[in-house]
Ligand binder design. Structure first.
Ligand SMILES: Nc1ncnc2c1ncn2[C@@H]1O[C@H](COP(=O)(O)OP(=O)(O)OP(=O)(O)O)[C@@H](O)[C@H]1O
Length: 443
């Protein structure tokens, strides 16, 4: 499928490199990519010739872009390009075997479905619904990357698809521990985070769903219901559909949660990355649903596997980015409140009723959705707390959150708590939600 702009001067040999000082020029042949792992120092890149994109977002010609330390990405070209790098990389190499053609073919099919939904005059609401795509696969199979590409390609063609992120481990939209959705109006910038002003965010508070599976499912239900209502009143975003990124936990309960998400968001396209077994299981179980397509796609050889330590670091960076911006260009506001002015809650855990209040012989079961007040004391130090939109504590589970604060000091003598917030002034609500997410600023 033709895509992107024509090459000005298709280079002769893919990967041809010329070096002078810290400057390195790489000539990429059509449908090849330059895979880069940035070192501990930022790296500057520009397109000297031809056209190139990073995960679906086109790079402007001639303009230097700076990429932060440790970022891993690929500069891909459909028709050939010459790329210039200024700086030292951890690794960089060119690859001409990529699954990009199969990915863009998926995009072309989704695009056709969006046009079909937009043109629909039928009274059947299903026909005006654009594709609801869910991307699934094991950890490090490139799910987030494919999600980004599909969203960026759609936005480039003028659609405003909804990005849904169910991956609480990394958090592409906001801090980890959250599930969120936001409309995508422009191709996603390869460096900057997403604008949060339109984001719908629910705080789960942990980085693994096994901490409280019922809560995770409940929040997924809440998010899906709100999006469903929004789609009803907005034919444009309904036709554009959604792209849902999921977690890499695909065994046992993780698999059941995938099925739950497919069902809850009424997914019409399931893209399975990099695992035959998962593809065959999903194909089997969804066989009876004629309106769901299960599609197997190859994992890109460029996807970089991340160990536990790298994942922890990347989570910390996401939290830091939320408060300080990507290059520490933002200054969060430090606020101090009296203990009495705030109420902190935790969801799940505590027993439903004391044993003495239960019939003899019965065992108290914990209620995963129970909202319990938490004493403000030292144990909240370094916690990331969500600011709930709930008007009363009972509504906390079903309410989205306006943002997050980070507890920097708890003064037990003066009964004062100090926290960082991304914007000044009083918080939009006094109800805060704690989970197990914390962050050591100096780390
Ligand atoms: N073609 C590529 N070249 C270089 N780096 C890539 C390429 N594709 C993906 N990456 C990088 O590999 C890493 C893992 O990819 P990605 O986050 O998409 O995987 P994932 O399946 O969503 O991970 P998980 O669900 O386990 O968190 C990311 O840092 C991403 O930028």
């Amino acid at each position: 499928m033709a895509y992107g702009g024509p090459s000005m001067n298709p280079p002769a040999m893919s990967g041809a490199v010329s070096v002078s000082g810290n400057l390195k020029q790489v000539k990429l042949e059509r449908e090849s990519e330059l895979r880069i792992e940035v070192s501990d120092e930022p790296l500057r890149i520009r397109v000297v010739n031809g056209t190139a994109e990073i995960f679906g977002s086109e790079l402007p010609p001639e303009i230097w872009r700076t990429f932060p330390p440790r970022l891993k990405f690929a500069v891909f070209t459909w028709y050939g390009a010459t790329i210039e790098m200024d700086g030292v990389t951890e690794t960089d190499y060119t690859a001409d075997e990529t699954p990009m053609v199969s990915y863009i073919n998926v995009h072309a099919i989704l695009d056709a479905r969006r046009h079909f939904a937009k043109a629909s005059t039928s009274s059947d609401p299903e026909s005006s619904q654009g594709p609801r795509v869910i991307v699934v696969g094991p950890t490090d199979s490139g799910k987030s990357t494919l999600t980004r590409m599909l969203l960026s390609w759609a936005a480039k063609q003028g659609w405003k698809p909804t990005f849904v992120d169910l991956d609480i481990g990394q958090g592409s939209i906001t801090v980890p521990g959250s599930i969120a959705a936001t409309p995508i109006e422009m191709p996603l910038d390869p460096v900057e985070g997403l604008p949060l002003d339109m984001a719908l965010v629910y705080y789960y508070g942990h980085i693994t769903p096994s901490k409280n599976v019922e809560l995770y499912k409940t929040l997924v239900n809440e998010l899906a219901q709100v999006l469903e209502r929004q789609f009803t009143g907005n034919p444009e975003s309904r036709a554009a559909g959604m792209v849902i990124n999921t977690m890499g936990w695909i065994e046992g309960t993780g698999y059941k949660l995938l099925l739950h998400a497919i069902d809850t968001f009424k997914a019409s396209v399931v893209l399975v990355l990099g695992q035959e077994k998962l593809f065959s299981m999903l194909k089997d179980v969804l066989r009876s649903k004629s309106n769901v397509d299960v599609v197997k796609l190859h994992k890109s050889g460029g996807v970089v596997a991340r160990d536990r330590e790298v994942r922890e670091k990347s989570r910390d960076s996401r939290i830091q980015e939320y408060f300080y911006g990507l290059s520490k260009e933002l200054s969060p506001y430090a606020n101090t409140s009296s203990f009495n002015d705030l109420q902190v809650f935790r969801i799940g855990g505590g027993p439903q009723a004391p044993k003495s209040a239960l019939p003899i012989g019965s065992v108290p079961v914990s209620n995963p959705l129970r909202v319990t007040p938490v004493n403000i004391d030292d144990h909240l130090l370094h916690s990331v707390l969500a600011v709930s939109y709930a008007e009363e504590p009972d509504l906390i589970v079903s309410s989205n959150v306006s943002g997050f604060v980070y507890v920097t000091e708890v003064d037990m003598l003066r009964k004062k708590i100090t926290y960082l917030a991304p914007s000044p002034g009083t918080l939009p609500s006094k109800f805060l939600v704690a989970g197990s997410l914390s962050w050591l600023e100096s780390r």
